[in-house]
Design a protein around this ligand. Structure first.
Ligand SMILES: Cc1cc2nc3c(=O)[nH]c(=O)nc-3n(C[C@H](O)[C@H](O)[C@H](O)COP(=O)(O)OP(=O)(O)OC[C@H]3O[C@@H](n4cnc5c(N)ncnc54)[C@H](O)[C@@H]3O)c2cc1C
Length: 382
């Protein structure tokens, strides 16, 4: 797929482009930039992941609301299967029956190889504003996150970061939960939207620093510091692992009404697991994405590994927390995909008829189960 790295056509009228699936994030944006266009899909793995990978795993980008999943940018998609080529029509939308394109999205390579897609693009944004707002309590910040998600303001960034994680990111004092709220637009000033969002924060006890001479609070330094820390985090994780520190993330989504109990149970179970398996450890939480009906919480656990036992320890923690996520009403993944690690939990999440449909579809398209046989649905249980 590394040779499938070209943008084959740009349609400036419909603002979309035909793009080969092996292209890496930075190269994709580099090729679009001279046209004043962008896909504006930045998963944290942007530098080392491809358009085909994003489509095959239904990745989530940096937009906290509305334009979250890659799914929504797909105009048409082409996949080569052992039984022939599946290619969907270029359409802005369609209500014709079950969606062929949605069947390909998230298929994680088990039905075929995605070779290209027509992707919806955006004009490069000119107006941006971002602000970090502090809250005394986590619960208070959760209510504000919900209010923002349901406000219709659709912030491009709205990340709640709990006190410990905020402290670790150079964002907070260790006592305050922080919400980073941001807006962007190619066409109009976002100051009014930001003022509306800050009013919601203010009404609920939020405080923030206004830079002298910058009352509209654009591009706050704390928010910029967090952005850097967010982009460096994956590299830090690898270094921590080399030092024998177990670090893992669990990302999910649940409804607002379920979140308080869900959060309580996940943190309790994770803390107990860390105590039993590693002696001690910490768990932090942030919201990566917000929806009007619920947040996408992202938990990070850190613990000291026992030399030579790190993988076994990781396995046990992963199993306990993953099971808790499914048991208490979350999804096993909001954007990291299923693969092999999450396969047993995905199996618990779906209905029996759907499981059967996926298996029959796999057998129809790939009768010998050659393509990624252990991924997503798993050959062994077939
Ligand atoms: C540090 C880190 C941060 C991450 N952050 C995010 C994030 O913010 N948002 C997010 O959504 N995900 C994130 N991920 C998960 C992952 O990077 C994404 O899901 C990404 O979309 C995978 O793309 P890839 O090109 O790396 O695919 P790979 O990891 O190479 O492949 C993933 C799966 O898709 C299949 N596949 C790949 N290309 C194709 C193709 N062309 N046709 C058919 N099947 C294919 C592979 O066989 C495999 O099963 C992160 C991962 C890491 C390690």
């Amino acid at each position: 797929m590394q040779n499938f790295k070209q943008i084959l056509a740009i349609d400036p009228v419909s603002r979309s482009a035909r793009i080969q699936a092996g292209i890496y994030g930075p190269d994709l944006e580099k090729q679009l930039k001279p046209h004043g266009l962008t896909l504006r899909h930045y998963p944290q793995s942007f530098e080392y992941s491809t358009l085909g990978g994003w489509l095959a795993t239904r990745s989530g980008g940096h937009f906290a609301t509305v334009y979250t999943h890659i799914d929504d940018f797909v105009e048409s998609i082409r996949m080569i299967t052992p039984q022939g080529i599946m290619e969907t029509r270029r359409l802005p939308a369609s209500g014709a029956g079950p969606s062929e394109e949605r069947l390909i999205l998230g298929s994680e390579g088990i039905f075929g190889i995605i070779t290209e897609a027509w992707m919806r693009l955006q004009t490069i944004p000119q107006y941006k504003a971002t602000q970090a707002v502090k809250f005394k309590s986590f619960e208070q910040a959760v209510e504000v996150a919900r209010a923002l998600a349901q406000s219709g303001l659709n912030p491009s960034n709205a990340r709640l970061v709990d006190a410990l994680e905020a402290f670790g990111s150079g964002l907070g004092d260790g006592a305050s939960t922080v919400i980073i709220v941001g807006f962007e637009s190619a066409n109009h000033s976002v100051d009014n939207l930001m003022q509306e969002a800050l009013q919601i924060c203010h009404n609920n006890g939020g405080t923030w620093q206004v830079k002298t001479g910058n009352k509209s609070a654009q591009n706050d330094e704390n928010a910029e510091a967090w952005k850097k820390s967010f982009l460096h985090a994956p590299y830090l994780r690898d270094e921590m692992m080399k030092l024998g520190i177990i670090m893992e993330t669990f990302e999910t989504a649940t409804t607002w009404d379920n979140f308080p109990l869900f959060h309580q149970k996940i943190t309790e179970i994770a803390k107990q697991a860390l105590k039993d398996i590693c002696g001690a450890g910490s768990i932090t939480c942030r919201f990566t994405h917000l929806y009007p009906d619920g947040p996408a919480p992202y938990y990070t656990i850190i613990a000291r590994g026992q030399a030579g036992q790190e993988l076994a320890q990781w396995d046990k923690i992963k199993a306990l927390v993953s099971q808790a996520i499914v048991d208490y009403g979350g999804t096993i993944t909001h954007h990291h995909a299923v693969g092999k690690d999450h396969q047993p939990y995905y199996a618990q999440q779906m209905s029996a008829p759907f499981d059967k449909i996926l298996r029959n579809l796999k057998t129809t398209l790939d009768p010998h189960w050659i393509l990624n046989p252990d991924v997503l649905i798993g050959k062994l249980s077939n």
